[in-house]
Design a protein around this ligand. Structure first.
Ligand code: AMP
Length: 259
């Protein structure tokens, strides 16, 4: 497995495998089984698998949130190697945002509601870095989790609007046995906060906005940002809550098999 820190070296390494298909799995590291499900799908469907690790400062509006984001490079590289990743692209912030950087991608409508409303500029950061990763890796397929349903919708729109030549693959949410969606941020929760956080999947499991809100509002130690029905194709009931200083999001599909 190659570990590349620069765009130039990554492009050089990928030149040799451009004859075959390339699967790209963008991540912010602190890998868990949700990420591994994307890597497994990418490994099964492509000749080469590229994983990026980049905690993208442009998608964090809050400096403290960025500083607290869990990082564990060595563990991530070991897991990536086990998952059969061929190349890890793990650039510095300066590599992705060189001095003088001023070009941004803004998915104006989809990027400004729900998560976009509570995290202004978040999807501008996401869309910009994802398009840049697409340009660097030029993947055949790119893999994203339904956990971030709005992010998937934003990227689908970006691909369509800018005619990006990539196949978007979306994988289901991986959950812990108790129902909590896996997230790199879960390690930031105390045991008590983790129990409190379970209210989010339980509330969304009602598949009813009002019932979900009532359940969340009656839970101590948790603040609700929103619970809304959103047509992200598929339609979902999506929610975001804060437990202490940790913000958690989750969603359930409103069509098809609840399981
Ligand atoms: P992140 O490192 O949190 O930016 O996530 C990288 C990718 O993994 C994104 O496409 C996420 O949607 C996806 N992902 C994160 N958590 C999960 C999960 N619990 N199940 C499935 N995919 C996930």
């Amino acid at each position: 497995m190659k570990v590349c820190r620069t765009i130039a070296v990554t492009r050089g390494e990928l030149r040799a495998v451009r004859g075959g298909s390339i699967g790209l799995v963008p991540t912010m590291g602190a890998l868990h089984a949700g990420h591994l499900s994307l890597l497994e799908a990418a490994r099964g469907e492509n000749d080469s698998v590229v994983m990026s690790i980049f905690v993208n400062p442009a998608q964090f509006s809050d400096g403290a949130d960025l500083a607290a984001y869990p990082r564990d490079d060595e563990h991530d590289l070991a897991l990536a190697r086990e998952a059969g990743v061929d190349l890890v692209f793990a650039p510095s912030a300066e590599e992705m945002y060189p001095s003088g950087f001023q070009t941004w991608v803004d998915v104006t409508e989809l990027g400004s509601v729900l998560e976009g409303e509570f995290r202004p500029g978040h999807f501008r950061g996401v869309a910009t870095v994802v398009l840049k990763l697409f340009e660097i890796v030029r993947p055949t397929r790119a893999y994203f989790g339904q956990k971030d349903a709005q992010q998937v919708a934003v990227i689908r729109q970006l691909i369509r609007d800018l005619a990006v030549d990539v196949e978007l693959r979306v994988l289901p949410i991986v959950r812990d046995a108790d129902g909590l969606a896996l997230s790199s941020r879960n390690v930031l929760l105390t045991p008590q906060q983790r129990r409190t956080a379970l209210a989010l999947p339980r509330a969304l499991a009602t598949r009813d906005r009002d019932a979900a809100l009532m359940h969340l509002r009656s839970t101590d130690g948790l603040d609700v940002d929103y619970v809304e029905v959103a047509d992200f194709g598929p339609p979902v009931l999506a929610g975001a809550v804060r437990v202490g200083t940790t913000r958690l999001i989750d969603n359930v599909p409103l069509e098809g098999d609840p399981a």
